[in-house]
Design a protein around this ligand. Structure first.
Ligand SMILES: [Zn+2]
Length: 376
């Protein structure tokens, strides 16, 4: 057992040990119905189910009965902002199984019910979206978790707008406020687009994770792999693009986006819309994918339909699962980081090679990949 593991196991957070060094699949209950549904990447890696309704509960209970680790993310940050008075928003209309008795209409009561449904010893707080400058909301959230809940079983969810990562003073505030929190913390990054697209944000995220022990990164993309390589307790990678980050809540919600197929390019380590990928390869033959799902089929075959998008998700999971395994088979610390950095360096080199083959600058690496590869 590593020092880090024994440290985590030795302190009050016995409940965390079950999630330590795992990369979970962040998905929705609806997506888990049917035969061709995304499955957890490997036995015991676990699931985070976003949203809360009776279907989520039914699915969570079924998976928990089968022995899978299931967490429920009530995802209240999708509809509500966190305020100094109300950092948490209990679900307003509760389905039958979660009908709280009046004494349970409290944060602690809600978390107790969530644990009963998911079968997990841990429950995620229904935190609202933390916009830039919501320092008081963070303080109230920390205080309520400390004094009103059982910190051993509470996961303080922190849906942070990306602007927290671009402002040094805001980052320092978060580190100072969150460092003493005994409860496990789960970061969700929020932005209309990729929260890590700006230079410096991937580095700021690493700093936050390393300075605040006992933190996880959920509803994310490959940033989850960077997180577990850099001492996050666990990560949860989203199956579809809307589950790879949060967005600031908006009046009237978001218009339906259809079902675009996003494909994780196995050499470029980047999610690219299939239609864009097809266009970039143009008349040239698209590469075959040798992941365990595709088994040699073309990488650009996924259509913008429910079926095509779902198949792309199965491909995506099959592509990143071996990366996660390679990182996690190393002990935490420099060896684990070196394996991850090497993967990213290889991908960066492949941008150049692919562009040369195509004869133009078809693909550009994003700032986060450059940070992960150690060149920025
Ligand atoms: Zn594939």
């Amino acid at each position: 057992m590593s020092d880090r593991e024994s440290g985590l196991r030795g302190n009050r957070q016995r409940q965390w040990s079950l999630l330590l060094d795992r990369v979970l699949l962040h998905t929705r209950a609806k997506a888990l119905r049917g035969n061709s549904s995304p499955q957890p990447p490997q036995r015991d890696s676990g699931l985070v189910l976003g949203g809360q309704n009776s279907l989520t509960e039914t699915v969570a209970q079924a998976w928990a009965r089968s022995g899978e680790t299931v967490l429920i993310d009530p995802a209240r940050y999708q509809t509500d902002f966190a305020t100094a008075e109300h950092p948490f928003h209990l679900p307003s209309e509760l389905p039958d199984q979660l009908e709280l008795l009046s004494q349970d209409r409290t944060l602690a009561g809600y978390l107790r019910c969530q644990r009963a449904i998911s079968g997990s010893p841990l429950a995620l707080t229904p935190t609202g979206y933390l916009a830039r400058g919501a320092q008081e909301a963070v303080k109230t959230a920390v205080r309520q978790v400390r004094y009103e809940t059982d910190e051993d079983t509470t996961v303080l969810t922190l849906p942070l707008d990306r602007q927290w990562l671009t402002n040094e003073a805001a980052l320092d505030f978060l580190i100072a406020e969150l460092r003493p929190v005994v409860a496990l913390k789960a970061l969700v990054l929020g932005a209309d687009r990729n929260p890590l697209e700006r230079v410096g944000t991937a580095r700021a995220l690493r700093l936050l994770l390393s300075e605040v022990p006992g933190t996880a990164l959920i509803r994310t993309d490959l940033a989850g792999l960077d997180a577990v390589a850099h001492d996050a307790v666990f990560a949860a990678i989203g199956t579809r693009s809307s589950l790879r980050h949060a967005r600031p809540p908006r009046k009237g919600g978001f218009p339906p986006s259809g079902r675009p197929a996003y494909v994780l390019h196995p050499r470029l380590m980047r999610f690219i819309r299939n239609s864009s990928l097809t266009e970039k390869y143009g008349a040239r033959r698209a590469p075959a994918c040798d992941c365990t799902y595709c088994q040699g089929l073309p990488l650009t075959r996924f259509e913008d339909t429910e079926r095509g998008a779902t198949e792309a998700e199965l491909h995506n999971t099959a592509v990143w699962t071996p990366w996660a395994a390679r990182i996690l088979e190393q002990p935490p610390g420099s060896r684990r980081q070196a394996v991850w950095r090497h993967l990213c360096q290889q991908a960066l080199a492949d941008y150049g090679e692919l562009n040369r083959q195509l004869g133009y600058e078809a693909f550009t690496a994003d700032a986060a990949l450059e940070t992960w590869a150690g060149v920025r």
